[in-house]
Write a protein that binds this ligand. Sequence first.
Ligand SMILES: *Cc1c(COP(=O)(O)O)cnc(C)c1O
Length: 460
Amino acid sequence: MSWPFRTIIEPFKIKVVEPIRFTTREERQVILREARYNMFNIRAQDVLIDLLTDSGTAAMSSEQWAVMMRGDNAYAGSTSFYRFEAVVKELTGYQHIIPTHQGRAAEKILFSLVGGQGKCIPSNTHFDTTRANVEFTGAEAVDLVIPEGKQSQAAHPFKGNMDLHKLERLLAAAKPGQVPLCMVTVTNNSGGGQPVSMHNLRETRKLCQQYGVPLFLDACRFAENAFFIKRREPGYQEKATIDIAKEMFRLSDGCTMSAKKDGLVNIGGFLGMNDSGLAQQARNLLILTEGFPTYGGLAGRDLEAIAQGLHEVLDEDYLTYRLRSVEYLAERLRQIGYPLIEPPGGHAVYIDARMLLPHIPATQFPGQSLCSAFFEYGGIRTVEVGNAMFGRTENGKEIPADMDLVRLAIPRRAYTQSHIDYVVEVAEEIYKNRHALRGFRVVKQAPILRHFTIELEPCD
Ligand SMILES: *Cc1c(COP(=O)(O)O)cnc(C)c1O
């Protein structure tokens, strides 16, 4: 639909509401202190606007709730499974569709089968659970995103693209069988939700075919990626997003999918592939950890909701609104003076906290400082993607991460523009007082994935 107005409106009306709880600044100071300034320790009921993640936080549609009622919970041969399978097959073109309870379960099964000591899995950028599942098998996870993908201010329409020269070098140097598959993450979550172009996907495919390596998509945000292609890649403006998505999938041999993102559901995922032998092995593992192949760790109603969600997510009015809401928040923050990862990606806005707060050294967690401020000033929960997440200590010395970012992830269909305007107003207030924000020091931390449980206290 061509929309002649400047205001892009939410393409839905609200039927069910969930109240959000207001707190005072004094209450939030106590909550922060008790949470040891770790956003993961704050209870959801104490959060006014929750921008921690876009995963599993979507609002479902009335149609999704309606189809859930017909969910068939038969242990074997569930009608809901066949409905789900038909939708996913039509979208992806894969021969085999294996439901899982979420994305990482699909990763766990896939890499248990193809990973192992001495193996190497290239990707544009592995998401953290993907990397963890690859490395857990003893294999090596290699990130080969283009150089622009790592520069926050570099202008490029497809900053999630694979560096084809580096991929070719890796494939040419590999021993036979050493690279069991190549992954491409669409959009590139760990790289800021940046899209991958069809051209890049096609060239990646060619290289993989030349070296006999299957190509798998980490397809969590396939619809957002497809819509970026429609918007930005020459030759795709007149194509329907659903056809672009189908083209993306048909350039690959399989995928892992977390339906908690572009499946528009709160739980679910799947593993898809064309290789029948591998699929048989995957189903054997599935039975061990997830369940029988016609439910894979999900209730029949979940399979119904995913099937409907995959249909709704490709609606171009929805995608217009979706990308616009992220862009809108970015525009407003940029106007205030916030340094952002540019251009904004599909699901979140990332603030460069190290650049915003130059008076706080990287070892004192400028990202955590900004997260704390968002919560204290406005009850807004964000997440640090920086030193707490990727920094480490070696011989008692703190080695900081490359960047200190704060991510404001936008849950799908959950908040309205006035919620976002409120976030902007809070951000404005913080910006005025940014010189007063303080750094933090670690009180307690775990040896791995420390950001989930880290305990902090403000520096004096
Ligand atoms: C969320 C995500 C995953 C993992 O999915 P879960 O459903 O959280 O297990 C894998 N890859 C990417 C790119 C993701 O965003």
